[in-house]
Ligand binder design. Structure first.
Ligand SMILES: C[S@@+](CC[C@H](N)C(=O)[O-])C[C@H]1O[C@@H](n2cnc3c(N)ncnc32)[C@H](O)[C@@H]1O
Length: 226
């Protein structure tokens, strides 16, 4: 993500910031990397989609689709791709502009405007994906509330696939510090995620770095064991 330190950026509400960003940038740059050109973002998205699909697996079928939630879906790149792969996808984002754009695209997801801690569902999900959202939630209480809400939406043996910085686990446990990057990014260590999720029955099962250029972010998978 680009380091967005323009005057006033930090003061805007998250919804106002993201609405403006989604209105000002194209479908990939606004939710991908605003510092990358179009081909760079195409690669960034396609590479992460491949990794995401390999983490989710291929157990979906038209008769028994996986129920997937894309939390903080932006303009819907991952939600649409997951729906094309046969999954039954719900998707939401805090930005009305992003959701409006997503709805205008063809494809199967059901979209809504909501914050991470607000989304409720009548059914539990097999998979909740949350790509490059949590490290943009600056307030620690809002971050924890969003994480807990997503955990509550996952069935037993289901998985939360969320992204944040990937570090050596042992070092991470030892230092366990949050790090800020510009005005809109707070990276939290895996220990912080585990502290919230383990009491709720979700165990950290693996991490997979994006492996894209200098990007240090990656997917963290948490599996509900009870
Ligand atoms: C970097 S973009 C990623 C979008 C999408 N996941 C993707 O990868 O294309 C971050 C997204 O998180 C959304 N967002 C930020 N804070 C949120 C919150 N508290 N609840 C829901 N969505 C949020 C923003 O509107 C934005 O669309």
């Amino acid at each position: 993500m680009a380091d967005d330190t323009r005057t006033g950026v930090a003061e805007r509400t998250p919804q106002a910031y993201w609405d403006t960003r989604h209105a000002d940038h194209d479908d990939l740059a606004s939710g991908g990397h605003i510092g990358l050109d179009r081909p760079g973002n195409e690669i960034f998205y396609a590479q992460r989609l491949g990794t995401l699909l390999s983490l989710i697996g291929d157990l979906s079928s038209p008769a028994a689709p996986l129920f997937v939630l894309d939390a903080g879906c932006g303009k819907g790149y991952f939600a649409r791709a997951l729906a094309r792969c046969g999954h039954r996808v719900d998707a939401f984002d805090i930005s009305p502009a992003a959701v409006e754009h997503a709805r205008a695209e063809a494809g199967g997801p059901r979209y809504a405007v909501a914050a991470l801690d607000e989304w409720r569902s009548p059914w539990p999900y097999d998979i909740v994906v949350c790509v490059d959202v949590l490290f943009h939630v600056l307030d620690d209480q809002a971050w924890a509330a969003g994480l807990r809400n997503m955990a509550s939406l996952i069935r037993v043996t289901g998985r939360l696939i969320a992204t944040d910085i990937v570090t050596d686990i042992a070092a991470d446990e030892a230092t366990a510090e949050r790090t800020t990057h510009g005005a809109r990014i707070v990276h939290r260590p895996i220990a912080a995620y585990r502290a919230e999720l383990e009491p709720l029955g979700l165990r950290h099962t693996l991490s997979r770095p994006y492996g894209f250029r200098e990007n240090r972010v990656g997917f963290h998978v948490f599996t509900r064991i009870r």
